[in-house]
Structure formats: C-alpha cells, structure tokens
Design a protein around this ligand. Structure first.
Ligand SMILES: Cc1cc2nc3c(=O)[nH]c(=O)nc-3n(C[C@H](O)[C@H](O)[C@H](O)COP(=O)(O)OP(=O)(O)OC[C@H]3O[C@@H](n4cnc5c(N)ncnc54)[C@H](O)[C@@H]3O)c2cc1C
Length: 415
C-alpha cells in the first residue's frame, strides 16, 4: 500500500521504519526541514521502562493546585481559557485514583518493555548511530523517607518485568562514579540495570537517512492542512505543496494531532505539556555522568551522550508556547552544577523547550479510526522515545491485519 506518515518526530520515523519493513510504499510528510525538529529534538533521552509511572495519581490534584501559588520549578500550571485545556484537566482528574494510576502504570510499563525489545531488534537490522548507553539508569533520592516510599512503589513495575535494585549511597556512587564526590547528599537509589539512554534526535535523523536508502520518500518543508476523504476512506493528504495521494495514512503529529483530527470529527485528548532542556559540551577535562538518571526530589533527568550531557526538567501547562528565558533553566543548571561540577562546560549550554503530547492517562492513542484507512500513533507524552518503537510496531501490525504482541486495551481511540 501507498502509506502517508504525517509527522517526522520519533513516532513518525519509527512508524515509517516498520511500514517500510512490511513492504509498503511510504511517504513521510513533515513541515520542518529535518526529522525530529520539534518535541523529539532535545528530550532527556532516557529509555526508561523502570520509570513508567503514570503522572495521574491520587497525589497529583493537590500538587497541581499547590503549583498555582508556589513558584514551583518542577510543575507549573497556568489556567487557560482554552476549552481543550479544561476538558483535558477534567479527564486527567478522573484518572487520579489509586486504581486508575495502577492500571495506567501497568499499561505503560508493558508498552515500554515491549518497545525495548522492538528497539534492539531494529538496531540489529538497521545499526544507526544514536550515542546510546546501555549501562542502566539511576533514580536517586536525597530524603530517606522518599527513598523508602519509592522502593515500595517500584514493586508494581517489578511485577511488570522491570529489574529494579535498591542501592545505598555507596552503591549509587559505584553505579556512577561521577556521583562519588556528592554521595553524602544521596539517601539511596533505585538502579534499573536494563534501562538505557540515547539521543532521540540523532537516532531519528540517522534512521531517516537509512530509510531513504530503503526507498522511503520524505517531503520536508511541507505542511499538512487537511485530509481528503472519499466516503469512509482517506484518498489524499492535502498540503501547502499540493495533494499527495495515499491508500492509507498514519497521524503522528504530536501535539498538533488533535487539530487535524478535529477536521474529520475526532476529538483526541492530547494536550501540550512543556518541558525544558540544556545540552552542554563535554571535553577531555570534564568528568561527566557515566550513566543517565533522575534526581527524583528535584525532578531533573539527565544523560550523557558522547561529547555532551543533557538535563531536562519541568512540566508546564502553558498551551502551545515554546518560548523560553534564562530563568526557566536556572533550577536544572543549579542541580547539574551541584551534582557534576566538572561534568560538562555548563557555561556553553544549548537551551531548548518542547511540548510533550500528553494524554490524561499517559498512554498513547493508537489504532484505527472511523475512516477505514486512517490510523493513529499519537499522545506519546513524556515517554515517546521509550514507547515509540512499540507504538510503531503495533501500528504496522494493525495495518497488516496482524494481531499485536501486547493487549491494546486502553490504548486506542475506541477504548
Ligand atoms: C523536556 C522533555 C524531556 C523528555 N524526556 C524524555 C525521555 O527522557 N524519554 C522519553 O522516552 N521521552 C521523553 N520525552 C518525550 C518525547 O520527547 C516525546 O514523547 C516525543 O518526542 C513525541 O514524539 P512525536 O513524534 O509524537 O512528536 P513530535 O516529535 O512533536 O513530532 C511531530 C511532528 O509533526 C510535525 N507536524 C506537526 N503538525 C504538522 C503539520 N500540520 N504538517 C506537517 N508536519 C507537522 C512536527 O513538526 C513534528 O516534527 C521528553 C519530552 C520533553 C519535552
């Protein structure tokens, strides 16, 4: 089939890979000039099944309310007049029970673990460079009570197959010797030896290059404006550069998916949640982290990639605005300087802000729509790098009429 993949973020690129592998004639349509130029550009790069907790939880509403009057660096919440925002918040609030949090966490963990197996299968067939690090990830705590609570909470992920070891501060410093000088600030850590990290943008761009060699077409600088339908089918994708005929289409437009979906009567609860990142160069003089991790109480995630270190932080509800100012990075920069004072050249950071395509559940929206040849691969939220390999494989399976390897309950628009 001639399939149009709309969007060349990590969701679109991995979908293109799977569809090409199945023998389809694939065209990827993207408004930017290169793949992974939007949300997939500078995320933390943690490939983290052992961190697949749902954001919605019994504690979440109180945390959100508190952020209204506290100048919180981790969570910022500005109420907006946008009806889509209130609808999303209402749906999120309904997911904030202990029962829903457990269901959503288990679904995410299953998807993440499956994604990791697909990812390594992909790398064996298409060995693209992505500055990966398979040494595990370290989730560390400064407060003993918080550490104890986190160790208890991690049981749910262990039950879903994630290996998680409890380490004291010496163990944490052994897992990453770059933390040894500050180990006294660490109460304990959860170490996930099978979690990993890698540069999502580098992977997407190198994969796009590999796919071009396999015959996939890319239409960059091309904005999708509508879908032409013929009865219960999509017949073409309308763009600012003319129509592109297709036998089928996959929507991978991240935070912009609802805009296009609305035109065909689909109301998808995907809303932007902004985050910030810094990327600092590493030279021979530096002592960067050897593996990625999260400073849990400060909610700063970081990972080393070859000659650079990246750190990310903040979940901010402020619509589609991607602007940033120096103060947005002050907290994460302070934490990174404290943890890894000579870890990188912190004075030479690249600053970035991106929009996570979040669903209230934290699980993506996949699968068929009311149009027989239109599929969804969207809402990958705060774990799109980790989940995209699974969501792409599931998309290809559904298009081919194969039964996906994991249950899709709660992961489709129909659910
Ligand atoms: C600060 C931060 C840290 C993160 N850290 C992690 C992490 O450590 N691990 C992890 O797994 N995930 C992480 N994520 C999440 C991850 O980055 C996202 O889930 C993922 O990038 C989403 O990919 P996507 O392809 O769905 O969306 P995008 O990357 O946004 O791709 C959508 C594409 O569609 C294009 N597009 C939109 N509208 C149109 C149109 N009309 N016509 C043509 N093209 C269009 C856009 O230009 C874009 O390229 C993080 C995100 C942020 C913001």
């Amino acid at each position: 089939m001639k399939i149009a993949v709309l969007g060349a973020g990590i969701a679109g690129i991995t979908a293109a890979y799977e569809l090409n592998r199945d023998g389809h004639e694939v065209t990827v349509i993207e408004r930017e000039s290169e793949p992974a130029s939007f949300t997939s550009y500078a995320n933390a790069g943690l490939f983290a099944p052992a961190h697949a907790y749902a954001w919605s939880s019994p504690a979440a509403p109180k945390i959100l309310l508190k952020s209204l009057w506290r100048n919180d660096q981790a969570l910022r919440f500005k109420p907006s007049a946008d009806p889509a925002f209130w609808r999303w918040m209402w749906l999120f609030w309904r997911q904030c029970t202990a029962e829903r949090a457990a269901i959503n966490t288990r679904r995410k963990a299953r998807l993440c673990n499956y994604s990791q197996s697909v990812f390594h299968e992909t790398l064996a067939r298409a060995p693209v460079r992505y500055d990966g690090n398979t040494g595990g990830l370290l989730y560390f705590y400064r407060n003993p009570a918080a550490f104890e609570a986190a160790a208890a909470k991690s049981r749910i992920l262990q039950e879903e197959g994630c290996e998680i070891r409890t380490l004291d501060r010496d163990g944490a410093a052994q897992a990453d010797p770059a933390l040894a000088p500050v180990k006294d600030r660490i109460a304990g850590a959860l170490y996930a030896p099978n979690d990993e990290s890698g540069d999502c943008r580098l992977f997407a761009r190198n994969m796009a290059g590999w796919l071009k060699e396999q015959g996939v077409s890319f239409r960059f600088g091309t904005t999708v404006s509508a879908l032409r339908t013929d009865g219960d089918r999509v017949s073409a994708v309308q763009t600012d550069k003319g129509e592109i005929a297709a036998d089928g289409a996959v929507l991978c437009l991240g935070v912009y998916t609802p805009q296009l979906a609305r035109q065909i009567g689909l109301n998808l609860p995907v809303y932007p949640v902004k985050g910030y990142s810094i990327t600092a160069p590493v030279s021979g003089r530096n002592n960067p982290p050897s593996i990625g991790g999260v400073d849990e109480e400060n909610l700063v995630a970081y990972a080393p990639y070859g000659d650079r270190v990246r750190a990310t932080a903040t979940a901010e509800f402020s619509g589609f605005d991607r602007s940033h100012k120096p103060s947005d990075f002050a907290h994460m920069l302070k934490i990174m300087r404290e943890l890894f004072p000579s870890g990188a050249d912190w004075g030479a950071c690249e600053y970035w802000a991106g929009l996570r395509p979040m669903t209230p559940e934290g699980t993506p929206i996949l699968g068929p729509t009311h149009l027989r040849n239109l599929w969804l691969n969207t809402g990958l939220g705060h774990m799109g790098w980790t989940m995209s390999h699974a969501t792409a494989r599931i998309t290809a399976d559904l298009i081919a009429g194969r039964r996906p390897q994991i249950p899709l309950e709660g992961l489709t628009a129909a659910a």
